[in-house]
Design a protein around this ligand. Structure first.
Ligand SMILES: [Zn+2]
Length: 120
């Protein structure tokens, strides 16, 4: 008797959410400036059909980050241009890449045709 019969149920590992740790605005997973690469990838896929919505969401996050980081370090405070680049400048090109990947993703064959060679 082995435990292998019940250990592999084909479950997929959960994708960890790359969310910001406020008020320092570091990723809770990566511990780098949020939005980290993981967050950018996940957000680009989530908003692949709505890049304007992603920009609006990130603009709100940028505003909150500006307030939090200004409270933590008011002099000299965060650099607005750097925060714009960090939160918004990457959105359009990144979403374009995500959309291209989703559009070119191979579609799985129908279950009836998979793995069964036809006889002629
Ligand atoms: Zn992260």
């Amino acid at each position: 008797m082995t435990s292998d019969q019940t250990s592999n149920q084909g479950t997929r590992p959960a994708i960890e959410p790359h969310t910001p740790q406020r008020p320092i605005w570091l990723c809770r997973i990566c511990a780098v400036d949020w939005p980290c690469l993981g967050a950018r990838s996940l957000l680009s896929v989530e908003f692949a059909t709505d890049p304007t919505g992603l920009s609006c969401y990130l603009a709100g996050q940028l505003q909150a980050a500006m307030a939090d980081l200004s409270d933590l370090n008011p002099d000299p405070g965060p650099d607005p241009a750097a925060l714009h680049a960090r939160f918004l400048a990457w959105v359009r090109p990144r979403v374009a890449i995500a959309r291209a990947r989703l559009d070119n993703a191979p579609t799985p064959p129908p279950p009836s045709a998979a793995g069964s060679p036809r006889e002629s």
